[in-house]
Design a protein around this ligand. Structure first.
Ligand code: ADP
Length: 188
């Protein structure tokens, strides 16, 4: 199973990714996690990424494309779930190229739908617990703007390929997992 999980910041991608990973035994590849790890370790990529992440901007395409291409190429045919990638049309095209070379296809793209107000509420709540530097209100508003402008065009991109599956991301966590399972059971 090869899937992409996308949706606005705070949509619950990380939470549902954990469910999907446990349920279907796929490799979870989260660009946010990879970048945060790089920031923590103060690597060259990390230092560069931090300057963008702190403002709620996207890290340049070539940086994330390189990271993800390497990860995907090293999977040895294991199923995977991409979380937080692609986030731009450029990244989506680059992913297509990498998968094409490996002779792999995406099965489904799950869009977790949550409105802006709920997103802001959740993220400000999360900030109290996780202390992520990019979870303050101004940065969150910018992340939402970036999502609208740069990431949401992926909806049409994948819909035209017949891959888009929309899931309402509001409700109990288990309820949302159930909605996702209904879709993904078709691909096992
Ligand atoms: P969220 O989905 O809550 O915004 P993530 O953990 O997925 O959080 O991402 C945090 C930050 O990492 C983003 O705001 C962005 O700066 C950077 N980032 C993550 N994925 C990408 C990507 N595919 N392209 C560019 N930047 C990214």
């Amino acid at each position: 199973m090869k899937i992409i999980l996308f949706g606005p910041p705070g949509a619950g991608k990380g939470t549902q990714a954990q469910f999907i990973k446990d349920k279907y035994n796929v490799e979870h590849i989260s660009t946010g996690d990879v970048l945060r790890e790089a920031v923590k370790n103060k690597t060259e990529v990390g230092m560069l990424a931090k300057s963008y992440m702190d403002k709620g901007e996207l890290v340049p395409d070539e940086v994330v494309v390189k990271i993800i291409s390497e990860k995907v190429s090293n999977l040895d045919n294991k199923g995977f779930m991409l979380d937080g990638f692609p986030r731009t049309i450029t990244q989506a095209n680059a992913l297509n190229d990498v998968l094409g070379e490996l002779n792999l296809d995406i099965d489904a793209v799950i869009l977790l739908k949550v409105d802006d107000e709920e997103v802001i509420k959740r993220i400000l709540n999360r900030q109290k617990i996780e202390k992520r530097e990019d979870d303050n209100e101004d940065v969150v508003r910018n992340r939402l703007k970036v999502y609208r402008e740069q990431t949401s065009p992926l909806k049409k991109f994948y819909d035209e390929k017949g891959l888009l599956r929309e899931v309402v991301g509001i409700g109990e966590i288990s309820e949302i997992s159930g909605r996702i399972q209904e879709i993904l059971d078709n691909y096992v």
